[in-house]
Design a protein around this ligand. Structure first.
Ligand SMILES: Cc1cc2nc3c(=O)[nH]c(=O)nc-3n(C[C@H](O)[C@H](O)[C@H](O)COP(=O)(O)O)c2cc1C
Ligand code: SF4
Length: 512
């Protein structure tokens, strides 16, 4: 029998040399005439240890990392195939502190299974939820999603059950389901990890959702910067079709994104799928009533959908009991930026920033004090280290003037220049604006100029007032959240870090 070794094919791991390590293991095994089967799993998300190699042993999967090709002969000498001692040995994978501290539910299989093996997926509980959904029928599936308290993980946090109920209730000859895998937020990678590491979970979830609302066709809109995710997902679709999980009453296809942040906004994405430029549509009607090609369309983020099988299988009450009263379930937080242990951290909503960044992430990579944390992508607020005890849930984040967004957490140490970050946030809006409405298209360009004048201390007081008014106009007069939320990072940077703008706290208190 051949020994089994896992080397992630996840593009994060590949970017730090996982494929070279897999090649070196294959070569060394051949040289030593050892039968070794290499499985290219997804990543478990403990990125500080990637490339993380795991050997299947009688004591479980023993992890080693980060492994370089040059380490491979030494690993063989140390008997790593049987879990032998080596300076890179981290121990049983699930017991690594970074992973043991988590509550892996949606990401239970990521990094564990062979993403391209449907049998492995089934062996790890796959397609049980689909069978259960067929057993209980569409109405009870929708009830379960409503009762679970699941909210959209793409950014807006809208209750999923309401969308399902609306789409199910809409009368039409055709309905669609669209998975938003555009994942444009800075510091985020949860969608990619599902697409590359557990693709059948998304297929299963979309099949459950399609049956629940009566859709016969679906699209997965994957950002163009994710070619590996497209490849894995396409292979998984073909495998699911071959086993008739797809292709009878429901089928799916992939659409590659158009390379613009705003194409992740759901109506711009629908425009893009229909073959037009990604421009935001007016709402109402909401997509659940009139979406793709004017038909009722259920649009969800990858993580929202990937949360569905566990809800159907374990029950709405189980899911609802995780998290807080109005922020139910778990969120795969994506810890990035200046942090010692970056990666995917799935925790119940309500965990604190300190637990996440200091506890699991072990503070900054530079060893310097944490100064700022941006939560929720490029439109999220910058919070100061003094707010590390805030809970990560929808309400608390809103109360703190921020958003949870897609769960991206970017950490900065005390060398960050927050004036530059504020300018960058406004410039991001100017660059990515779809141009449909004036406050966003022109306001963001003028906003960059005003911030530059404030930084240069030219009429700082008058320009601060101007910026505040401009931000009010953008927040209240923009059609979508790109223009509407761009003021959040800008004003939070000024409010919490006035010294970087050479402003006194008094000036800020009066003006912002
Ligand atoms: C400018 C902009 C970009 C967005 N980008 C994404 C994205 O990349 N992925 C995503 O799932 N949602 C994105 N959204 C949110 C979507 O419009 C929508 O709320 C989401 O896809 C709905 O899925 P959910 O209910 O599962 O969150 C974006 C919104 C805006 C305003
Ligand atoms: S806010 Fe900006 S991105 Fe959104 S519709 Fe208006 S111009 Fe387009």
């Amino acid at each position: 029998m051949s020994a089994q070794v896992f080397v992630p094919g996840d593009s994060g791991a590949v970017s730090v040399g996982a494929s070279e390590v897999a090649g070196a293991i294959a070569l060394e095994a051949e040289r030593r005439a050892l039968a070794v089967k290499i499985v290219r799993n997804g990543s478990r998300g403990a990125y500080a240890f990637e490339p993380m190699v795991e050997a299947a042993t009688a004591d479980g999967r023993i992890a080693y990392g980060p492994v370089a090709p040059a380490d491979v002969p030494g690993l063989f000498d140390a008997g790593f195939l049987d879990g032998g001692a080596h300076r890179l040995r981290i121990g049983v994978a699930e017991r690594i502190a970074f992973l043991a501290a988590q509550n892996r539910l949606t990401f239970a299989r990521a990094g564990v299974v062979d993403p391209l093996s449907i049998d492995d997926y089934i062996a790890h509980g796959g397609f049980r939820a689909l069978a259960r959904a067929r057993e209980i029928g569409p109405a009870r599936v929708v009830e379960a999603i409503k009762a679970s308290g699941l909210r959209g993980r793409g950014g807006a946090g809208f209750p999923a059950g309401i969308k399902w109920e609306t789409a199910r209730g809409a009368a039409a000859d055709r309905k669609f389901i669209v998975c938003n895998a555009d994942e444009g937020d800075s510091g985020t990678f949860a969608d990619r990890m599902i697409l590359e590491g557990d693709p059948f979970a998304l297929i299963e979830a979309m099949a459950i959702a399609a049956a629940a609302i009566g859709a016969s066709y679906g699209y997965i809109y994957i950002r163009s910067e994710y070619p590996d995710a497209c490849r894995v997902m396409n292979a998984a679709l073909a495998a699911a079709r071959a086993r008739e999980f797809l292709g009878r009453d429901f089928d799916l296809e992939i659409r590659v994104g158009a390379g613009s942040y705003v194409c992740g906004e759901e109506t711009a994405m629908l425009e893009s799928i229909e073959g037009r430029r990604g421009m935001v549509r007016h709402k109402p009607p909401v997509p659940a009533i009139s979406g793709l090609f004017g038909k009722p369309t259920l649009v969800h983020n990858v993580v929202t959908l990937a949360s569905v099988p566990a809800i159907i299988e374990r029950g709405a009450d189980y899911y609802r009991a995780l998290g807080t009263a109005s922020s139910a379930g778990t969120v795969p937080f994506q810890l990035a930026g200046n942090v010692k242990r970056p990666g995917l951290v799935e925790l119940p909503l309500g965990a604190t920033l300190r637990e996440l960044i200091v506890g699991i992430g072990e503070g900054t990579a530079s060893g310097r004090p944490i100064r700022a944390i941006q939560i929720g992508g490029p439109l999220g607020a910058y919070l100061p280290a003094a707010q590390l005890d805030l809970a990560l849930d929808y309400e608390t984040m809103q109360g703190a003037g921020g958003i949870l967004g897609h769960g991206g957490i970017v950490v900065f140490d005390d060398t960050v220049d927050m004036a530059r970050m504020a300018r960058f946030a406004m410039e991001f809006c100017a660059l990515e604006s779809c141009g449909k409405c004036t406050p966003c298209r022109i306001g963001s360009v003028r906003g960059v100029e005003v911030i530059e004048r404030i930084i240069a201390r030219r009429d700082a007081r008058a320009n601060l007032m101007l910026l505040r008014d401009l931000c009010d106009t953008m927040a209240n007069g923009s059609l979508c959240a790109l223009g509407g939320l761009a003021p959040l990072p800008v004003l939070s940077a000024i409010r919490h870090f006035p010294e970087d703008f050479a402003l006194t706290t008094r000036e800020i208190a009066d003006l912002i």
